[in-house]
Ligand binder design. Structure first.
Ligand code: PRT
Ligand code: MG
Length: 222
């Protein structure tokens, strides 16, 4: 009688919404179909047409945590999320492929009419509200601009409108949200896209199962 535990299927962590949607074609390129829509089914564990691959649905900012601790073998997360995660967990994740999905940019935005260049020139401390404190701190430090960072978890656009901050650092894609709130982007920090991340132990112990997926994602994302 074998005492070996049954092998767990490869587990891939994704967030619902844009990352899930944009990952479906990449999975299809690897020959994997997903029957369930997490928005409708509310299921957090989703089977695929490959019996050795299942998906788990987590918050975008939790994807690196699931993968780093090995609860998921691989996952997909935005560079914005990965930068913040790496600040407290340096080097914990293998990031082999830029999938070029969920593209946007990280930018500084202010209220329309706020003279950002003058504020920077005067050297007064700028109050900046953001979810991305690590990326923001590095950006302003490199420019030599003194900032007080105010950590928020969402709806950054509101902060300059109610006097919480002079500026925000947020991801922008169409710019519609900024425009709707009378804000303007005044500085681009970096382009953002989503990366495949892999658990470092799984990379060694489950290499044979992972490699075909990595190869398919690599060629589908070029
Ligand atoms: O929503 P939740 O709080 O759970 O987390 P999240 O917002 O991080 O997750 P999700 O699923 O919205 O985003 C996942 C990833 O998609 C992010 O980590 C980014 O890498 C990437 N991405 C691409 C974006 C956007 N585009 C984007 N537009 N993430 C967020 N947005 C926001 C933006 O901040 C703005 O408030 O969507 C809003 C609309 O953007 P506009 O410019 O098109 O109006
Ligand atoms: Mg969101």
């Amino acid at each position: 009688m074998s005492t070996q535990a049954p092998a767990r299927p490869l587990t891939m962590a994704l967030s619902k919404g844009r990352i899930f949607e944009e990952t479906l074609p990449l999975l299809a390129a690897a020959g994997v179909q997903v029957s369930e829509d997490p928005e409708k089914s509310r299921k957090l564990i989703i089977e695929t047409s490959n019996p050795n691959l299942r998906l788990i649905i987590v918050r975008a900012s939790d994807v690196p945590t699931y993968v780093e601790y090995g609860a998921a073998d691989l996952g997909i997360a935005g560079k914005d999320v990965l930068i913040e995660h790496a600040a407290s967990h340096p080097g914990g994740l293998y990031q082999p492929i830029d999938l070029n999905i969920a593209r946007c940019r990280l930018a500084v935005a202010v209220r329309n009419g706020f003279d950002y260049p003058a504020a920077v020139r005067q050297g007064a401390r700028l109050r900046v509200a953001t979810k991305y404190v690590t990326a923001a701190r590095e950006h302003f430090a490199a420019k030599g601009v003194y900032v007080d960072l105010i950590k928020l978890y969402g709806s950054m656009e509101l902060a300059p409108l109610v006097g919480l901050a002079d500026a925000i650092v947020d991801v922008v894609s169409t710019g519609n949200t900024l425009r709707a709130n009378d804000l303007v982007a005044v500085e681009d920090i970096m382009p953002i896209s989503s990366r495949l991340i892999v658990n470092r132990a799984a990379l060694k112990t489950r290499q044979a199962e992972l490699q075909p997926l990595l190869d398919a994602f690599e060629s589908a994302s070029r």
